[in-house]
Design a binder for this molecule. Structure first.
Ligand code: BTN
Length: 256
């Protein structure tokens, strides 16, 4: 069982994670955080964590699988000072924070646009950011799911061999609390710098910068070279003389 006290003992933050709601079991931590907010019980920096998320939400309306008691499944409430068109930078910042926190555990994670954390070519984690506009500016819930102590048999068959965990890479389990605290510590540092460097930090950690990719978006399919992210966090694909700005969709490395 995750210990809130242990997480907080590793925090160096002023805001993020100073209030943590722990639910042994729940539907979705993103939904829980919005409910706490609606009930007047959450302010910026609030974290919700669970050991057993039953209806985890993934990108593009997909489900997110979490094995009970093994991974990290949590959401953070942010009130960023960013214009709505730059809110996409927050999930990039989440990805950078995860990769940097994983590095402290000896794991070399990389990022796949828009916000997958990958390791050895397989998916180690994902991020789902949801936002609401309020009179005081945007509010954003960043939900993170990280595979930590799962063995391959803990994942459902349809996630083989796409999923990987910290345990599977290191060959041993780790404590989840310092990793969670590390993510919050890194994320708060990025936010303190107004996410100024986040696009270059993201690109340095990107798994497919300059590589040929395929992209399936709402307007169809694209094939080209991934050249980076723009100041709004949109992925960029170059096809011949054109540069396409990506919004929602799925990107894959082109084989060969
Ligand atoms: C993805 O599709 O890759 C994003 C997955 C995001 C999952 C996390 S787990 C914590 C939070 N609560 C949810 O319901 N989803 C996010």
């Amino acid at each position: 069982m995750l210990s809130v006290e242990a997480v907080q003992s590793h925090l160096t933050t002023r805001h993020l994670g100073r209030e943590i709601a722990y639910y042994p079991s729940t539907g979705s931590t993103n939904d829980d955080l919005w409910s706490l907010l609606d009930a007047g019980k959450a302010k910026a920096g609030q974290v919700v964590i669970t050991d057993d998320q039953r209806s985890g939400k993934g990108r593009q309306g997909r489900r997110w699988f979490s094995a009970a008691g093994l991974g990290l499944t949590f959401s953070v409430l942010l009130r960023p000072e960013l214009p709505p068109e730059r809110l996409g930078l927050l999930s990039l910042g989440g990805g950078v924070a995860v990769v940097d926190a994983l590095a402290l555990e000896g794991i070399k994670g990389r990022l796949k646009w828009p916000n997958d954390i990958v390791c050895e070519g397989r998916k180690l984690g994902g991020i789902l950011a949801e936002s609401r506009m309020t009179d005081e500016g945007p509010l954003v819930v960043i939900g993170l799911g990280i595979n930590v102590n799962e063995r391959i048999v803990d994942f459902p068959a349809e996630l083989h061999p796409a999923a990987v965990s910290v345990y599977m890479v290191l060959g041993k389990p780790i404590q989840r609390e310092p990793l969670l605290a590390g993510i919050l510590n890194h994320l708060e540092e990025l936010l303190a710098d107004s996410l100024d460097d986040v696009t270059s930090l993201w690109q340095e950690r990107c798994d497919h910068l300059g590589r040929p990719v395929r992209f399936q978006g709402p307007d169809g399919r694209l094939e080209g070279r991934f050249t980076g992210v723009n100041p709004a966090g949109q992925g960029l694909i170059e096809t011949g003389s054109e540069i396409h700005e990506l919004t929602a969709g799925d990107l894959d490395l082109k084989p060969g």
